[in-house]
Ligand binder design. Sequence first.
Ligand code: NI
Length: 298
Amino acid sequence: MADKYGTVLLFYTGIVILVLLMASGIERYNNRMLSAANQNMENQSGQNVNSEQSNNDQTGQAETGSRNMENQTGTASKNPNTENQTGKASGSQNTENQTGTAGGNPNIDTQLDVHTPRIALTFDDGPSYYTEELLDGLEERGVCASFFLLGRNIEGREDTVKKMYEGGHLIGNHTYSHVKLTSLSTDVACEQVDKTRKLVYKITGYNTLYVRPPYGAWPEEMEYSVTMIPVLWDIDPQDWTTSDVDGIVKKVVSSARDGGIILMHDNYDSSVEAALEIVDQLKKQGYEFVTVDELVYD
Ligand code: NI
């Protein structure tokens, strides 16, 4: 019997010793990992405090930081957001518990500022027979666009221009007869712009402030003669060269970006159809449609 008790005692003593050894091993391992992680976070928080980089860059750093943390501590964080980063940065000081209170990095809050991407839809060469349909479609969708009108197309379509203005769209100037301003004398060039300004003013009581020079050709000396702001573009689906609506939509949607200015023409049926489809698709992606003045002043 004594032997049996002795064996049992030895067996339990063995287990206790084993458990103690394992516990101390795990603790040492954890401490090592935590101190490595702390060091990593300290480096990163130093970067944030000293950095003058944009929010985007900081977000990029946060992502890297979170990924490092995942590797070093085994804490899963599939969605590396700044809340996780805040909790880990301060919580891992002296404790095995990773969840802590928010750390004292004042810059982290700015990383949470999510800006709605904005884009401007602009139409040149109108008004035309198709413009009314476009205005109706935009109104249905609660979207305002910018229209750079040709003076020679306004005559006979005064009601369309009035509807455009009352619908909250921005009316800009595209010269009277679609001329290349850089190949004209300053006087004639100014006359081209002024004629359209007067026509729009007569209908709306509004003086066009923004000009889209045909062919993107804006003579610098014009800036001394007219108080107008030239507006170019950066997304050009060349809608006037094709009637392929899907092709136009794809070109614009695939190159859409925050702050982008889309160039289209409201004197084609296919362009109007494509524009409305573009609005639907980009709105689904979270874009807000604005008029160009909102992009220029921000
Ligand atoms: Ni044009």
